[in-house]
Design a protein around this ligand. Sequence first.
Ligand SMILES: Nc1ncnc2c1ncn2[C@@H]1O[C@H](COP(=O)(O)OP(=O)(O)OP(=O)(O)O)[C@@H](O)[C@H]1O
Ligand SMILES: O=C(O)[C@H](O)CO
Length: 523
Amino acid sequence: MAAALQVLRHLARAPSGPLLLGGPLARLASSMALAEQAQQLFESAVGAVLPGPMLQRALSLDPDSGELKVRDRSFQLRQNLYLVGFGKAVLGMAAAAEELLGQHLVQGVISVPKGIRAAMEHSGKQEVLLKPHSRIQVFEGAEDNLPDRDALRAALAIRQLAEGLTADDLLLVLISGGGSALLPAPIPPVTLEEKQTLTKLLAARGATIQELNTIRKALSQLKGGGLAQAAYPAQVVSLILSDVVGDPVEVIASGPTVASIHSVQDCLHILNRYGLRAALPRSVKTVLARADSDPHGPHTCGHVLNVILGSNALALAEAQRQAEALGYRAVVLSTAVQGDVKSVAQFYGLLARVAGARLALPGTGASVEEDERLCELAADLQLPDLQLKEALEAVVGARGPVCLLAGGEPTVQLQGSGKGGRNQELALRVGVELRQWPLGTVDVLFLSGGTDGQDGPTEAAGAWVRPELTSQAAAEGLDVATFLAHNDSHTFFCRFQGGAHLLYTGLTGTNVMDAHFLFLHPQ
Ligand SMILES: Nc1ncnc2c1ncn2[C@@H]1O[C@H](COP(=O)(O)OP(=O)(O)OP(=O)(O)O)[C@@H](O)[C@H]1O
Ligand SMILES: O=C(O)[C@H](O)CO
């Protein structure tokens, strides 16, 4: 962070060339409104991680020999292919896999969210639906992202299919976010209800996805490598769409094809941390005690190839390419944005100010205090891959419009009973921050969107804001602070300018967390 601070000071003194005002870039920008460009970039980010194109990139089948190539590995197909899958994006992944490999597919079972087929049909996304005579059986379940009886039935069908395989077979496992809730198979005597309660309690008390999934793995027959073990001696290829920062295969959907490295002690620490150890059901204690003395130890997964197919980084890289094609100097800041939405909003607000000042008044920049405060905010967020120094250097060298891109999943501490999602809340908070940092001659726009197309329990994917937001809202009689106090960002955006700042994509059929874009455009 000290290095970034040094660069900030250096950049503040650095001379800058003239902006290309009135040049081709400015003309291009004026011909296409900034908001439209922002939405276009969001769509291109999502487009890069749609199931079909992703599978086509990762798999290639030689139709004559039946040789399947997955990255640099080869597998021989001869009507020996089976498929299972679980997760919010798995319907489209399965449709694409069947399209590519259908002639070798014997049977498949997938577990997908309740209502997803109807929703996709409704939004005209035929490409993510299975064909009428598909060999893949579909189970819908896990309403509200919680394991239920329907998901349990799906998990048992998946286990049965895996257990019936032989050494001649290949099992293709399609995995995406939401997979944990869609593949519940508690180890007896733990019941589904007990697992549901424990999961809910851990989530409500703020457990991270890593902690939550460590517990899920310890209590599950299929998570933490259990599915891979059930499929042994068949070969297993897992194609994974990541919805977790850093793309850890052992965490995404609780790693059903990755050997778990956690001990019972790890689980007890987590349960202690959230005050749940004392009140554990007897069944959970029994399973944990049994695991402690399990002579077989953790599952082995030597017969498995785990491949990350798509991620937030891939989506942002595409948006970056598109932004550059539109004439922006585009930099990916981080793909690991986590932390409380309020701190994340402060960071983006001040970043806009510090970067924008360099565009507005070349050679001067923001104040030293603002530079220092930005570095402090960045340090507090602890983003492992943050490219702040590079981004600010790029701004100085840009001499024209700049687009800073980031991704991840901030958290919202829900206090009110309002309607919203973390993207709309982040955008609204950034709108408030931008008001504090007037940038004069630089046009600013911030957009935040969930790549699955659904932000919290709303129909919008996210929202975009500009520095004028709070004053324009006040003129419409809308007090932003009141909406924020109740986590009511969606209601706010529905009313503000007739909903014009909401980002609507419909369900996209994919899910690689959220995308944040900050546009700085010298006027
Ligand atoms: N009123 C609200 N305001 C802000 N955020 C909210 C509100 N209600 C729910 N959320 C947030 O929405 C999220 C839950 O919605 P959603 O199902 O889209 O997220 P998710 O389960 O993390 O799935 P995904 O990663 O696929 O988006 C949680 O992060 C929750 O804090
Ligand atoms: O299903 C899950 O466990 C989460 O979506 C993380 O992958």
